[in-house]
Structures are given as C-alpha cells and as structure tokens.
Design a binder for this molecule. Sequence first.
Ligand SMILES: NC(=O)c1ccc[n+]([C@@H]2O[C@H](COP(=O)([O-])OP(=O)(O)OC[C@H]3O[C@@H](n4cnc5c(N)ncnc54)[C@H](OP(=O)(O)O)[C@@H]3O)[C@@H](O)[C@H]2O)c1
Length: 349
Amino acid sequence: MTKYKFTSNTKNDSTRRQFIKNVGFGVVAGGMAGPLLQNAQSEATTQKVKSRVLGKTGLKVSEIGIGGHSWAYKQVPDGKGDFRRPTVEEAMQMIGDAMDKGVNFLDSCTPLVESSTPGEALKRLGVRDKVLVSIRVSHKMKGIKTDQQEIYKWTEERLKLWQTDYVDFCLLCNTDNDTPQSGYWDMSYSIEALDKLKEQGKIRFTGFGCHFTPELFLEAFDKFGDYFDTCSIPYNIRHRAAEMVLPAAKKKNLGVITIKPFARGALLKDRDLTGAYAGLPRDMIAFVLENKLVDICTCGVHTLEQTRENLSASWTKLNPKARDRLKDVAGTRITDREYAWLEQDWCHA
Ligand SMILES: NC(=O)c1ccc[n+]([C@@H]2O[C@H](COP(=O)([O-])OP(=O)(O)OC[C@H]3O[C@@H](n4cnc5c(N)ncnc54)[C@H](OP(=O)(O)O)[C@@H]3O)[C@@H](O)[C@H]2O)c1
C-alpha cells in the first residue's frame, strides 16, 4: 500500500528563488525527493538514476526523464476490454517512485495532447519545487509578430495545467506546416516572446526541436544555438540521425533532451516483452544513454512497472545478447504513416 504524503496545495510560498536553492545548480538530482517521499512504496533497490549536466543551463538533471504523451493517451487496460488514461493516483505513484530513484525531469508533450494529470499529481505530492518541469509550445517561424500570441497562449495554458506560476523549460515545437521545410525560417519573434516570458518569471530556460531534418537542426544550431539553452531530438536504436547533429549541439553547449526511445512504442509493438524480449525497453534506453552527448533521455510511461523498468536503464550495462536484440530492433522498419518522418530523415539502419 502506497503511503504518499498527500497535500491539498502546492506550497504557495515556493518562490523562484527558493526553488533555485532546492533544485539544480549543484543539488544532486533527486537528493531532495527522498526525505519528502520517504514513505512512498518503492521498488526494493537502492540504485539511483545517474545525473548529467544539462548544457549551458548548468543544472544537474537525471539522465532519464518521464512524462508527456502518456498522461493523455488511453493505453492502460481498463479491465473491461477497453483502455483508459492513467489516474492521478497512478501518476503520483509513478512520479513519486521515479523521484525516489533520483528523477528530477518531467516532460510535457505536443500542445494538443497535454493533460492536467502530472500537475495535479505534483500538487498532491507537494513536490512542484523539487522537480524540473518542461513544457512544449507550438510556434510558427514565419516572421509574423502576431505569431507570438501562440507562444503566450500555450504557455499560459500549460501554467494552468501544471498548476504552477513558472516552468523550468519552454521548448518550442512546430507542426509539419510550420517548419523550415515548408519555406519559413524566422525565429526572431519567437525569441522575443521567450525573452518576455523570462522577464515575467514564467519560464527559466528555453529550447527548440521537433520536425526538423538533421540538416536543418545543424543550420538552427548555427543561427540560434547561442540563444537557446537546450534542444530536443528524437533518438533510438533505429532512428539514429541524432548522432550526426549532437556534436554540433554540444559545440554550442546546448543541453540535449532526446525523445522517442521507443518511437512512441512502435518499436516495441508485436514483441513478447515478457518472453524473448523481456528487458528490451530498458536496454533501448541504456543504448541512448551510452551516448555521452545525450543529457536526458525522456520516455513516455503508462504504468509503475514501465517506469521502474525504464529507470533501471541507468544502472544497466548492455551485454552481447542485449546488443544482438537491439540489432534486430534497429532493422525493423516502421510502416505507420505517423512515423514516416522518422523513417525518412532519422534512419541510419
Ligand atoms: N513525439 C513527439 O513529437 C514529442 C513531442 C513532444 C514531447 N515528446 C515527449 O517525449 C517523451 C517520450 O515520448 P515519445 O513520444 O518519444 O514516446 P516513447 O518514450 O518513445 O514511447 C512511449 C511509449 O512506449 C511504451 N513503453 C514505455 N515504456 C515501456 C516499457 N517499459 N514496456 C513496454 N512499453 C513501454 C508506452 O506505450 P504503451 O503504454 O502504450 O505500451 C509508452 O507510451 C514524452 O515525454 C513525450 O511527451 C514527444
């Protein structure tokens, strides 16, 4: 039985200054979470997720982050042959357990599929100021000043959903229609908007990423790498184009947050994860973490079991058998249209 410390409100007195004292800037990831969550039922392991420094932010972050789409997607069997979203109580268990193991990075997702679940879970756990919250907001790159409104609007919505007055990272993402590929390439107004949000104390650090090609990522680092603090790039055993761009990101000292360790589950589909492929998700994250140019690998999780397995990647060393299985996954073509961009631009295999 989980015995979390339930609180009805976030600490109202948690100012940004207090927060900065508590999280990051030298505090080992998760070091503050243990005492708060000491009653939380945790897997019987003393292992902790290791931390890395997130580029020019100087923050110590857990090398694995959780969150995002999973809170919004109905993927948990409801026992009646259908699926449901994770409940707030389940989110509290996942987040609490992850924090106990040292996780201090919670990701958000593309604007249209956000959920209020993680914010409510943080409030009830009373730990908002012990984690780094990263939101993603849409932006256009068309050089039109009114496009800034989009960034303000999404940020305000995210602040409400996360029940907080500031977030740690605001990452710009774009739809397929608003990419440099579609002929537009002007981030100046977006940057102005981010500066204003920083001035207002609503965001601390910035980043960008999403539907870029590797070539455009390189160009973006050149043009905007001095301004942004982080970048967000897909990276998994099959889609490895990140390896072509990570050295350039590091040259600009950008914090590297990778996404899609499982291509949103597509690479796990139709594999027997309790038999021949047991431990595969853990190994897929361990593969990403072997790359020392990666600072955080974020993964979507729906259950406590998935959370625990994925976090164990931090203390997993890949053996030859695991590497053979990974080779097999690397050779798997994903046919779903949703992943066409990954298969075209991000595939080395
Ligand atoms: N994709 C984007 O464009 C995008 C944009 C913004 C943010 N992000 C963020 O990036 C992070 C990663 O998400 P992603 O889209 O890249 O997905 P991902 O992490 O590659 O895949 C997540 C899915 O894999 C399955 N899974 C995870 N751990 C598992 C385990 N141990 N065993 C079996 N299945 C497991 C789960 O699906 P089931 O439970 O259904 O099996 C889960 O929803 C998230 O925080 C997400 O919000 C992604």
